[in-house]
Write a protein that binds this ligand. Structure first.
Ligand code: IDP
Ligand code: MG
Length: 233
């Protein structure tokens, strides 16, 4: 794996940084990542010395209330390249399948640019539904939730990408569809929490856990989408 870093050659970079000409791109192998991390850490310290700068006020610079002279570093490329590829478990719930929303829902994740690595139509057994939602076991709606999830086939999906877990949650929208913003799946396609058409993992750890729970070995597929160079620099 390769990490790409673009340094802007700002005069306020920490002294521990390599001296690079402005806008030079350098490639770092995976083994350089700890060094890169250390540099990033330095940069963060230099760029955001302490949270107090947010509240500092200089009478000589009345319009610069929130900017100290050390906040000129902007490293979107460097930060983006440090992000990890994540996996998330997305499931069209029985109401989504019955209402013919499977294509529409898959399409939203495809169009966003994430990679589908697993897909199946599946009748969920009660034990699996209970294991999946075990954190909600004490909730009064738990029995109804299990009944709902096992009431018909679901579509199980594994999606992969940088930031896919939180991005998928944004595409999905709030748990209560009436609170979900228009443009989100729940905001556009559902009206009730108990029939909110889709599930999405809430953390990268749960993404891994849920994919392992719902997919057997050999059911996932690793591949390189032809559009990859058109999605990421
Ligand atoms: P999430 O699906 O947005 O992550 P969670 O709080 O994890 O929301 O709840 C899991 C699922 O349990 C919800 O998607 C919904 O189907 C169901 N659920 C949550 N709260 C309620 C409720 O108050 N009444 C009925 N069902 C609920
Ligand atoms: Mg949840």
């Amino acid at each position: 794996m390769e990490a790409k870093a673009v340094f802007g050659g700002s005069p306020c970079l920490s002294s521990s940084l390599p001296r690079l000409p402005a806008q030079r791109t350098c490639s770092l192998s995976y083994t350089h990542k700890p060094i890169l991390r250390a540099i990033l850490h330095d940069l963060h310290l230099a760029a955001f010395h302490s949270k107090s700068h947010l509240f500092s006020y200089s009478p000589s610079r009345p319009h610069a209330k929130t900017l100290s002279h050390k906040t000129r570093i902007f490293l979107p490329h460097l930060v983006a390249s440090m992000e990890q590829v994540e996996e998330t478990y997305i499931m069209v719930k029985p109401d989504g399948v019955q209402r013919g929303l499977v294509g529409e829902i898959i399409s939203r994740f495809e169009k966003k640019g994430f990679k589908l690595t697993g897909l199946k139509l599946f009748q969920c057994p009660k034990e699996l539904a209970e294991e999946h939602y075990k954190d909600l076991k004490t909730k009064s709606f738990f029995p109804k939730l299990i009944e709902y999830i096992t009431s018909g086939p679901v579509v199980c999906m594994a999606w992969e990408g940088v930031g896919v877990v939180s991005s998928a949650r944004k595409l999905i929208g709030s748990t209560d569809p009436l609170q979900a913003n228009p443009g989100t799946i729940r905001g556009d396609l559902a009206v009730q929490t108990g029939r909110n058409v889709i599930h999405g993992s809430d953390s990268p750890e749960n993404g891994k856990r849920e994919i392992a729970l719902w997919f057997k070995e050999g059911e996932l597929c690793q591949w390189t989408p032809a559009q990859a160079p058109w999605l990421r620099e």
